[in-house]
Design a protein around this ligand. Structure first.
Ligand SMILES: [Zn+2]
Ligand SMILES: [Zn+2]
Length: 437
């Protein structure tokens, strides 16, 4: 996919993600500053008469209770409390500390907000102090359309590397006195990241810093073209690399069986091809790399079909391996697609690719699955079996044109948002986050 020539104007989820001290709240506050004078009562620090709803989790920035920077915010850990506050006038829902929500209904709530034509703008820490995905951040990242990864600098003395993990230390001292029970989070680069209970974990002995670059987006968004470009430039530079591809179909076109580690090709629809090694699981990638110790640069196409790929990549990064990976972050039901959302939480770089909606031309972020009935191609039902008898096909569509008949409604359903210009009959309006008061 080349550049898209139309702007993204539909409702969506936008997340600011990063380790501790990476400036997530500052970024949210800067955005609110920009809207305050235009949309809120001039000089007001309150959004209460506006089309915004601000909320935070009580564990987020506890020294500033009830506030996001200088702005008052609803402080709650219960998604039901927030649902009650969303009115027909609410257009933008802004939340911080999303990683602290343990109730999975936070995901349902924010998805219902987006699906009703409103915007979600939120921030959260992607990884906990053991370097694992933080609570429901993978699901939230799977539902996002824009992700901004922020990073701070490693807090280890003398280190100037970018921090991509956070550690929790329990030795907080005030002067010479240790504060019992107090804890402190610090940003760390990969080499200075450690935690108790993982003694075999010694990334500081590794000669190069591991890395994960993700190219994600719906089908037909040009992810594989990007990967092939990356492979070509690595080959030109003379690096030893390997390319993996999932074994989704175990037969060649001539009918012979494909085996794990057989060589095939990754193809783009009309572009070049590159040789690739077939695998089914993350363990097979791990075995291959152990048997080929000279290779430290790894390319993976369509990671959503490789079981256990998250654990393999998450371990290998600490050993200095560099990964370039493509995948779909959500499936045709808009649900998280296996390991890809978890990979998003440990990525150093996320590139969101978009296709063009076949219906309306808006940037497409969804996968529309179709089934053939007679001569007609129809959207599959939510309840259709995963493997359809007969033909199925896919299209790229925008959220508004995406169809999934029979989808059960979640715990929250909001009235569709109609902009003020629509309500007064002058705008094209309707399901557009046009941010007018
Ligand atoms: Zn460091
Ligand atoms: Zn569309």
């Amino acid at each position: 996919m080349g550049d898209l020539l139309r702007p993204f104007t539909q409702s969506h989820m936008r997340l600011i993600v990063g380790n501790v001290w990476s400036g997530k709240t500052t970024r949210v506050v800067n955005t609110l500053d920009a809207y305050r004078d235009r949309v809120w009562k001039r000089g007001s620090k309150s959004w209460k008469d506006s089309n915004f709803l601000l909320f935070k989790h009580p564990n987020d920035d506890p020294e500033n209770p009830g506030m996001i920077g200088p702005y008052d915010a609803v402080e709650t850990d219960d998604p039901d409390d927030l649902a009650d506050l969303i009115t027909e006038n609410t257009e933008v829902v802004v939340g911080t500390g999303l990683n602290h929500y343990t109730d999975p209904k936070i995901v349902d709530l924010l998805v219902a907000v987006v699906e009703s034509g409103r915007m979600v703008y939120g921030s959260g820490t992607n990884l906990d102090y053991e370097g694992r995905p933080f609570n429901h951040m993978p699901e939230l990242m799977a539902k996002s359309d824009f992700i901004f990864l922020l990073k701070s600098i490693c807090a280890e003395k003398g280190c100037t590397e970018q921090a991509v993990r956070s550690i929790k230390s329990s030795s907080v001292s005030e002067g010479a006195v240790k504060v019992p029970g107090a804890e402190r989070w610090e940003p760390r680069c990969l080499k200075h990241f450690y935690y108790a209970g993982r003694p075999d974990h010694k990334p500081w002995l590794v000669d190069q810093m591991g890395r994960l670059v993700l190219d994600i987006g719906p089908m037909f968004s040009g992810k594989s073209d990007t990967l092939i470009q990356r492979i070509k430039s690595a080959e030109r530079s003379g690096k030893r690399i390997v390319v993996f591809k999932p074994m989704t179909d175990d037969r060649w076109e001539d009918g012979t069986r494909i085996e794990v580690y057989d060589h095939g090709r990754i193809r783009t629809r009309n572009g070049p091809e590159r040789e690739a090694v077939f695998v089914q699981t993350g363990d097979q990638i791990r075995d291959y790399l152990e048997n080929n110790p000279g290779i430290r640069e790894v390319y993976i196409d369509e990671a959503q079909f490789i079981q256990g790929v998250f654990d393999t990549i998450n371990d290998a990064i600490y050993q200095g391996y560099r990964f370039y990976v493509t995948g779909l972050h959500r499936d045709f039901k808009r649900d998280p697609f296996f390991d890809v959302p978890k990979l998003m939480t440990i990525a150093d770089e996320i590139n969101m690719h978009r296709a063009v909606c076949v219906r309306c031309g808006h940037p497409a972020v969804e996968n529309q699955r179709l089934k053939k009935k007679g001569d007609m191609w129809l959207p599959v039902d939510y309840t259709d079996p995963i493997v359809l008898v007969g033909d199925d096909d896919y299209q790229a569509r925008c959220l508004r044109c995406h169809e999934l008949p029979g989808k059960p409604s979640g715990p929250y359903v909001f009235e569709p948002y109609l902009s003020r210009s629509y309500r007064s009959g002058i705008g094209r309006g309707g399901l557009n986050a046009d941010l007018l008061p």
